[in-house]
Design a protein around this ligand. Structure first.
Ligand SMILES: *Cc1c(COP(=O)(O)O)cnc(C)c1O
Length: 403
């Protein structure tokens, strides 16, 4: 198997002019990933700036209700409120070692852009983020957040004015400025070496879980559940357990309003479950697309799961049967959002709510046994950012009730 490939997935499908940049990045990563000074500095940022390690929290009320032991990996407590900073800090530090002065990124809802802005401000980079013009309006508070931290946000007016157009613009910028610029990709997606680099930086999650669960339970969990958009928090918690075959791994995708499997009604963003092979962001992977191969826009209540593809390594792991792709829809995620808030006093991100929803769904179907009796759920982020979304939905519902 070629190093850039995960089975038939992955690769480097980019314009020729970008190949030297990918090679430079790969060589730098190979050089620094085991470098003592680099690792020491990364460790410093993870601990002092991001607030690692995060707790593996025993959710006693949830456990009691479902009759199994449930632990939550508290990535919601990372600075910024999600796991995303693990990756942006890692890549920003790598860029610094490579002598780059400028970071660029694309962002959909603005969460990755914000995490990039944090790393850039802290480490003294100039930074620019590309964002579809529609998203700039929808997510104006995240735009303001990025600007507060000194990042320039470029509204992309071309095409559908959303994430895929922002990706194109970011590539264009990179081609022009590759000399001094690092393109900071936000999930385990894109051309090799990105899926590998992002996976490795996020693997801190799974490594911590290994130690923590051994200390608390003296064994590995029966199952690990994580939501999957591009797949970085899932790969991060799964990866250290890949060889431990007794641990079942469940990536939960967004089923949207209602899971549809017909191509034209992609009211979801479940690429692993219903995507087809194609090229997105320079990699061969599973993508939501129409019969002409045009990328379909995904749709989910949670902005962070709204990506039309999924990381190539996840596609591969699903292909060989090591992970079990599944999904939860908007209503199920909302129910989980309320349940965790009420039972544990933790308001989860709507993305993370999908992971919890999967457990609740299995319980409803009487299939909890398939998960075993020791389960770890990756709580990828906190729900503060989603309060307005949930609040509005509730208002709409109560209006409907009055009619
Ligand atoms: C961005 C985000 C996700 C989805 O991204 P992955 O790369 O699939 O992890 C999930 N949860 C939260 C809280 C996010 O911000």
């Amino acid at each position: 198997m070629k190093k850039s490939m995960y089975g038939k997935f992955g690769g480097q499908f980019v314009p020729e002019v970008l190949m030297p940049a990918l090679t430079e990045l790969e060589e730098a990563y190979e050089r620094y990933k085991d470098d003592r000074e680099f690792l020491k500095e990364l460790d410093y940022y993870m601990k002092e700036f991001a607030g690692r390690e995060t707790p593996l929290y025993f959710a006693k009320n949830l456990s009691e209700k479902y009759g199994i032991k449930i632990y939550l990996k508290r990535e919601d407590l990372v600075h910024g409120g999600a796991h995303k900073l693990n990756n942006t800090l890692g890549q920003a530090l790598l860029a610094k070692y490579m002598g780059k002065k400028r970071l660029i990124a694309e962002t959909g809802a603005g969460q990755h852009g914000t995490a990039t802005a944090m790393a850039a401000a802290n480490m003294g980079f100039e930074s620019e983020v590309y964002m579809g013009a529609k998203d700039v309006i929808r997510q104006h508070m995240n735009v303001y957040r990025m600007e507060l931290m000194g990042t320039k946000v470029n509204a992309v007016e071309s095409g559908s004015k959303t994430l895929k157009d922002a990706i194109n613009e970011a590539f264009r910028d990179w081609v022009t400025n590759v000399e001094n610029t690092h393109y900071l990709i936000g999930s385990v997606v894109g051309s090799h070496p990105y899926p590998m680099i992002v996976r490795d930086f996020q693997s801190v999650i799974g490594k911590e879980v290994k130690d923590q669960i051994m200390e608390k339970e003296g064994r590995y969990p029966d199952s690990i559940i994580a939501c999957a958009g591009g797949g970085s928090n899932a790969m991060g918690i799964f990866y250290p357990f890949i060889e431990d075959k007794e641990v079942k791994l469940f990536p939960v995708e967004a089923g949207g309003k209602e899971m549809r499997t017909t191509e034209k009604e992609a009211l979801h963003s479940a690429s692993l479950c219903v995507g087809e092979e194609g090229i997105l962001q320079g990699a061969h992977t599973l993508i939501l697309q129409d019969k002409y191969g045009q990328i379909l826009e995904s749709s989910s209540i949670s902005a962070g799961l709204d990506y039309s593809g999924v990381g190539p390594e996840l596609a591969y792991l699903a292909d060989i049967g090591r992970i079990t792709p599944c999904y939860a829809n908007d209503d199920e995620a909302l129910e989980a959002f309320y349940e965790l808030s009420r039972l544990e006093g933790i308001i989860p991100a709507l993305e993370s709510s999908h992971a919890i929803a999967y457990l609740m769904k299995m319980a409803k179907m009487g299939k909890l046994g398939e998960l075993g009796d020791l389960v770890v759920i990756n709580l990828s982020g906190r729900g503060d950012k989603d309060l307005e979304t949930v609040f509005k939905l509730k208002e709409e519902e109560s209006k409907e009730d009055c009619l």
